[in-house]
Design a protein around this ligand. Structure first.
Ligand code: ATP
Ligand code: MG
Length: 138
């Protein structure tokens, strides 16, 4: 059993896609252990996306992810880390396979609706950044 961190980004929340996306994840069979709507501080955003510090898109990415409420969650299921990335689709929606969340709902690489941890180390780190252990209920 694995856990991963997933987030509906400000564009997804403001476009009222939260329900649509949660339906897909729940129907796939993942258990939602933690779920909260929140506004990310600049500090948290810079930690979360720390691997991208120094890249040309970093400032814009931090500004975007802090621009409005997100819905943060922890998902549990067998193979959920890699599977969520498949369900999300490619980072650039233009490259995303139809049927994936980004192909179906996003049009721009800057505003691509969802985040999912890239690997087990990131999943553990990101869950810890966004949730206290007691906020995760099975
Ligand atoms: P996320 O981490 O948000 O789930 P990802 O893992 O698919 O997305 P990353 O490489 O981690 O992609 O990049 C984080 C975010 O930075 C992307 O979602 C995208 O919005 C932005 N980004 C990544 N690469 C580029 C790029 N070459 N040009 C512009 N924006 C980019
Ligand atoms: Mg990433």
């Amino acid at each position: 059993m694995e856990r991963t961190f997933c987030m509906i980004k400000p564009d997804g929340v403001s476009r009222n896609l939260t329900g649509e996306i949660l339906v897909r994840l729940e129907r796939k069979g993942y258990k939602v252990l933690g779920l909260k709507k929140m506004i990310i501080s600049r500090e948290l955003a810079e930690h979360h996306y720390g691997e991208h510090k120094g890249k040309p898109f970093f400032d814009g990415l931090v500004t975007f992810i802090t621009s409005g409420p997100v819905v943060a969650m922890v998902l549990e299921g067998p193979g959920v880390i890699a599977e969520l990335r498949k369900l999300m689709g490619a980072t650039n929606p233009k490259d995303a396979v139809p049927g994936t969340i980004r192909a179906d709902y996003a049009t721009s690489i800057d505003e691509n609706v969802v985040h999912g941890s890239a690997n087990a180390d990131d999943a553990q780190r990101e869950i810890g950044l966004f949730f206290k252990p007691e906020e995760l209920v099975n």
